[in-house]
Design a protein around this ligand. Structure first.
Ligand code: COA
Ligand code: AMP
Length: 636
């Protein structure tokens, strides 16, 4: 089938507001919008101003009212705990309405924030949707973050309540979440009134009388609560993501634009029909988990799989195929790192053959650059189209990709294909001048951004402007660099800032440097993201010690590794550091992280013209070689 992409993109270009107004017909509105796009306060744009809707109603209640009550809505499949449960739309509605009652009973009203710090259990989705039901603003924090990161988010979002699980289950260990909640509340200046704790049977925790409430007991007493209309522009959630410092950015998502963008994406990008089974193998703590485990599949009346496990080891590299086959899943969306793990454990894809994948139509990858090996392996072994698509926490849905519902564009490996309607993507130089096709530059999006993208940062308009809009006036800065070829295909190559991508998780090396620098023996440090076969990138620390420190270096390295684990969390995958005499810098004092990264990766590098002392690079190479990295060689 030839693709209708060009036609649809042109339709959007010729009448952007008409395009989104038509897309908004897929959504239920208590009151239709007065203005599709309000540009009166540029560069702050708002979609569907004057409209009133409810995200939970669109995800759940309207489907029950329209006869989908007995259809599966959420399929919980947890190989790591050996449990499964299917919730129909009617059952999910009942759970959500009752948990909304729990929220109300504990004083949560429209606009109040609720932090959700839970492992991958259905109750996490219930808590998110219950917040949406009453207009409360949720902020889900990924379980792999430590207490300190949770505390930062508590202080920024100022939640009245925290909803947590007693524990999470990781391969070979139980991660106790509740002590981290207690510690985070201890550290934070803001103190939530109530914690609702879901006791998991793998590990029950003690509750603090007067503050902590047992999920089950609260639910037993709860009265169901109905959906309340909220403004299209009211916040649905805040999701914190790594910025260029240790302070995370609170990305705000509104209700109306988000509903419309996700509703458009399901048939057009993913090519799924209501009633089909959709699976985003991600975590609810990430943007993919928000958009494509919870909201989009339910908005579209699909059944969504909520998977608690890993691509390998729970129990083996066939678990994805077992899950697809057992639940007759049409679409899988995951990160390339998951496929690298599968390919490592089952290089010939033998386990694929054990399962009937007759229902499976398309694989979508995102979160990091897809390497050609992994892509080809997936294509060849699975025999379905593999779509690489590019997005960010800030946008909440893809910026560029391919369109299963419009007919796939011819695939070019290494490219994320073409921009979605709504995104006017440009590649520019430092002076915001467009570069020629094929030339690499900063990737920017001409304002306004489409529905679904962040309208601002939580309580931080200034931060929104300075992080995204100031460097290239009139454009949103994606922070990614790459190029667009003559056919308009986009190639996303690297970040322009200090963000690294570890197993599809976005992390700030600047944030890690702040933690390392707080160690009593560290005078100066740098963290670089080096290539890793499985995780794409992993962080490696280079430490310069304070004068007079003569403790064994190995001891200090062990301490800093633990420090990052304690302060940022295991998700950082920070396991390696080395001590060096000094760091390479430019004459103006800028640390040459890019050069060190190239040395570690064994890539050719140019001796930076501005380096203050070229001899340092030899020392860095030797130190990195000491921990298993080598250099290819400098070129002049
Ligand atoms: N709660 C607590 N700890 C967690 C956690 C959670 N929710 N998620 C991860 N961790 C811990 C892990 O146990 C691990 O700890 P360890 O250092 O003690 O082993 C650490 O954080 C790093 O986790 P991860 O990056 O997941 O590495 P891994 O080695 O456990 O697994 C993969 C590697 C590739 C299998 C895994 O990263 C994966 O499945 N990735 C898919 C990525 C994905 O879905 N990304 C979402 C974007 S689409
Ligand atoms: P996150 O906000 O965690 O979703 O991370 C967003 C970042 O991940 C982007 O800015 C890119 O750097 C990277 N990324 C996401 N998807 C892709 C992709 N398909 N190809 C290349 N990089 C990607």
């Amino acid at each position: 089938m030839t693709s209708r992409y060009d036609e649809v993109y042109a339709e959007w270009q010729s009448d952007p507001e008409g395009f989104w107004a038509a897309a908004a017909e897929a959504v239920h509105w208590y009151k239709k919008w007065d203005i599709v796009l309000d540009s009166s306060n540029e560069p702050f744009y708002r979609w569907f101003v004057g409209g009133e809707t409810n995200t939970c109603y669109n995800c759940i209640d309207r489907h029950v009212e329209n006869g989908r009550g007995d259809q599966p809505a959420l399929i919980y499949d947890s190989p790591i705990t050996d449990s499964k449960r299917v919730f129909t739309y009617a059952e999910l509605q009942n759970e959500i309405a009752r948990f909304a009652g729990v929220l109300r009973r504990h004083g949560i009203e429209k606009g109040d924030r609720v932090i959700i710090y839970m492992s991958m259990v259905p109750q996490a989705a219930v808590a998110m949707l219950a917040c949406a039901r009453i207009g409360a603003v949720h902020s889900v924090v990924f379980g792999g973050f430590a207490a300190n990161e949770l505390a930062t988010r508590i202080d920024d979002a100022k939640p009245k309540m925290i909803v947590a699980t007693s524990c999470g289950v990781e391969p070979g260990r139980i991660v106790e979440y509740k002590p981290m909640v207690d510690e985070a509340i201890e550290i934070a200046r803001h103190k939530p009134d109530t914690c609702i704790i879901l006791q998991r049977k793998q590990h029950a925790t003690d509750l603090i009388p007067g503050r902590d409430i047992d999920w089950k007991e609260a639910m037993d007493e709860a009265e169901p609560v109905d959906c309340v209309p909220v403004r299209a522009t009211d916040p649905l959630y805040i999701l914190y993501t790594s910025g260029t410092t240790g302070v995370p950015k609170g990305v705000v998502r509104d209700n109306g634009g988000h509903l419309v963008a996700l509703a458009w994406s399901m048939p057009n990008v993913y090519g799924v029909e209501p009633g089909e089974v959709y699976w985003a193998a991600s975590d609810l703590g990430w943007t993919v988990g928000h958009s494509y485990i919870v909201y989009a599949p339910l908005i579209h009346g699909c059944a969504s799989i909520l998977f608690e496990g890993k691509p390998v080891g729970t129990p083996d590299a066939g678990v994805y195929w077992r899950t697809i086959s057992e639940h007759k899943c049409s679409v899988l969306f995951t990160a390339p790192t998951a496929f690298r793990a599968i390919k490592r454990d089952d290089p010939d894809g033998k386990l694929i053959g054990k399962y009937d994948l007759g229902s499976f139509r398309t694989l979508f990858l995102a979160g990091e650059r897809s390497d050609a090996d992994t892509l080809e392996w997936a294509e060849n072994r699975l025999g379905v189209p593999v779509v690489d698509h590019w997005w960010q926490t800030e946008t909440g849905w893809m910026i560029g990709g391919n369109y299963a519902g419009l007919g796939l564009l011819p695939v070019k490996h290494g490219s994320v294909s073409k921009p979605a309607p709504g995104y006017n993507v440009r590649v520019v130089d430092d002076g915001a001048k467009e570069v020629a096709a094929g030339a690499t530059g900063a990737i920017v999006i001409k304002l306004p951004m489409p529905p679904g993208c962040l309208p601002t940062l939580w309580n931080n308009d200034e931060g929104y402007l300075s992080s995204y809009l100031e460097d290239f006036p009139g454009y949103y800065k994606t922070g990614d660099a790459g190029y667009q070829d003559e056919d308009g295909y986009l190639y996303i190559m690297s970040r322009t800032d200090d963000i690294i991508n570890v197993a599809g998780h976005r992390l700030s090396t600047g944030g890690m440097e702040e933690v390392l620098a707080s160690h009593q023996d560290v005078a100066e440090c740098a963290v670089v993201g080096v290539h890793d076969k499985l995780k794409g990138q992993i962080p490696v620390g280079l430490l310069v010690l304070k004068a007079g420190v003569n403790r064994p270096h190995e001891e200090i390295v062990v301490e800093v590794v633990q420090l990052i684990r304690d302060r940022i969390g295991p998700v950082a995958s920070f396991k390696e550091a080395t001590v060096v005499e000094r760091l390479p810098k430019t004459r103006s004092g800028k640390i040459l992280r890019g050069t060190m990264r190239r040395i570690a990766d064994g890539e050719e590098y140019k001796m930076p013209a501005t380096i203050d002392d070229p001899a340092i690079l030899g020392e860095i190479e030797e130190a990195l070689r000491g921990i298993g990295y080598t250099r290819h060689g400098a070129s002049s």
